[in-house]
Ligand binder design. Structure first.
Ligand code: ACO
Length: 349
C-alpha cells in the first residue's frame, strides 16, 4: 500500500493588513501587550463584502492544483476545514465545488477548529491509501474578522486571530517511503467550553449553565439566536487563555513525539516542525521542550496572526516556498485547538 503525498500546495491571504497599532482604533490595547503575549505584529483581514472563507479557499486551491499539475476536473474529493463557514449550513466544501466548476464529487466539511487541517489531511490520507480516490483537495480557510468582537470587551481574543487560507492536493505517492507516514488524532471533550463560541447553537444551557444563554423568551423558535444574546456578546468566541496555554504546551509536544516514535524516529531526524500558529509563546515552549533548533521550526504568526484551520497549511506552504523544506525531508505538522482536539502528521517530503 503506497502512502499519499502532497503533490501541490498553495496559500492565500487577503491584501488588507492590520497592525497592532491599527487595532487601537477599535479597542484599548497596545503593540507592546500583543507582541509580548502572542508575538503577533500584524494580521490580514478579508475584504468585508467580496471575500469569504470559501473564496479564499478557492484562491489557495487554484495555486495548489496548478503546482500539482491537476485541473478542477481531475479532483475526485474535497475536504474543507473551517470554523468560520460562509453559512451555518451548507458547508464550504460544496461552495468550493461550485466555484471551481468541479464534477459532482463528494465534499466533506471538517469542524475541528485549529486542528481541522491536520484532521482533514488524515481523512484524505485514508481515502488515498485505500485506493478510493486519487486526487483530493484539502483546504483550511478562515474569515475570522467577520466574527470577532472589536470592542475592548473582546480584546483578549480578537487581537490573536487573522484571515487566510491554505490548500494541498493529495495524490498517491510515487516512491516507496515518500509522503504521509502516519497521522495521529486526539480529543478531550472535558474542556469543550474553555474555547468556544456558544451561540447561535442548540444547547439551551444544557452544557454551559455557567455561561447562561440569554433568551428573550424560552419559546420554541426564539432560542437559537435572540436579541439578548447579541446584547450580551454571546455570538463572539470565548477563551480562557491561560487554560488553553497549559494544555497546548503538553499536548503539542506529545503529538510530535507520538508520530516520531511510531515511525522509529527521533527529534534529531526531524528537518521541519510546522506547529499550529496559536501563539508564538506556545510554539517557542514546544520547541524548547522538544530540544529543536531554530532551523527545525517554522513560525509566521508574527505576520498572519492565528488563522486556525489555515495556519498549518499557510506555514507549511511558506516554509516550502522559502526553501526550508526539500525533497526527502522529514516534516511534522502538529496542531491543537478548541474541543480540545489535537493532531499530528509525519511526512517524508
Ligand atoms: N490588550 C491589552 N490588554 C489586554 C488585552 C489586549 N489585547 N487582552 C487582555 N488584556 C488585559 C486583561 O484585561 C487583563 O487586565 P487586568 O489584569 O487589568 O484584568 C490583563 O491584560 C491580563 O489578561 P489575561 O487574560 O490574564 O492575559 P494573559 O496574560 O493570560 O494573556 C493570552 C492572554 C495571550 C490569551 C494568554 O492567556 C495566552 O497566551 N493563552 C494561550 C491561548 C492562545 O494562544 N490561544 C490562541 C487561540 S486558541 C488556539 O489556537 C489553540
Amino acid at each position: 500500500m503506497l502512502n499519499s503525498k502532497i503533490a501541490g500546495i498553495g496559500f492565500y491571504v487577503p491584501k488588507n493588513t492590520y497592525t497592532n497599532e491599527d487595532l487601537k482604533k477599535y479597542m484599548d490595547t497596545s503593540d507592546e501587550w500583543i507582541q509580548e503575549r502572542t508575538g503577533i505584529q500584524e494580521r490580514h483581514y478579508a475584504d468585508r463584502l467580496t471575500e469569504t472563507t470559501t473564496t479564499m479557499g478557492v484562491e489557495a486551491a487554484k495555486i495548489a492544483m496548478e503546482r500539482a499539475g491537476t485541473t478542477p476536473d481531475e479532483i475526485d474529493f474535497i475536504v474543507f476545514a473551517t470554523l468560520s463557514p460562509d453559512y451555518y449550513f451548507p458547508g464550504c466544501g460544496v461552495l468550493l465545488q461550485r466555484e471551481l466548476k468541479m464534477k459532482e464529487i463528494g465534499a466533506l466539511d471538517v469542524r475541528n477548529q485549529c486542528s481541522g487541517f491536520v484532521y482533514a489531511l488524515s481523512v484524505a490520507d485514508q481515502f488515498i491509501k485505500t485506493g478510493m480516490y486519487k486526487n483530493i483537495l484539502v483546504v483550511g480557510s478562515e474569515k475570522h474578522s467577520f466574527g470577532l468582537d472589536f470592542s475592548t470587551r473582546g480584546r483578549n481574543v480578537t487581537v490573536i486571530f487573522g484571515d487566510g487560507a491554505g490548500a494541498v492536493v493529495l495524490q498517491p505517492a510515487t516512491r516507496e517511503g515518500q509522503g504521509i507516514l502516519s497521522t495521529h488524532l486526539h480529543s478531550d471533550g472535558s474542556s469543550a467550553e474553555i474555547l468556544a463560541m456558544y451561540n447561535p447553537g442548540t444547547h439551551a444551557n444544557h452544557w454551559s449553565p455557567q455561561f447562561p444563554a440569554k433568551f428573550d423568551e424560552a419559546e420554541i423558535g426564539q432560542m437559537f439566536m435572540s436579541h439578548a444574546m447579541i446584547d450580551e456578546a454571546q455570538n463572539f468566541p470565548y477563551m480562557d487563555g491561560p487554560a488553553v496555554f497549559k494544555k497546548a504546551i503538553v499536548k503539542l509536544p506529545e503529538a510530535v513525539e507520538e508520530s516520531l516514535k511510531q515511525n522509529g524516529l527521533t527529534t534529531a531526524d526531524l528537518n521541519m516542525l510546522i506547529p499550529h500558529q496559536a501563539n508564538l509563546r506556545i510554539a517557542q515552549f514546544v520547541q524548547q521542550k522538544l530540544h529543536l533548533r531554530d532551523d527545525q521550526v517554522h513560525n509566521n504568526i508574527q505576520r498572519y496572526g492565528n488563522t486556525t484551520a489555515a495556519s498549518v497549511p499557510i506555514a507549511l506552504c511558506e516554509a516550502w516556498e522559502m526553501g526550508k523544506i526539500k525533497e526527502g525531508d522529514l516534516v511534522c505538522l502538529a496542531a491543537f485547538g478548541s474541543g480540545f482536539t489535537w493532531a499530528s502528521a509525519l511526512i517524508r517530503w
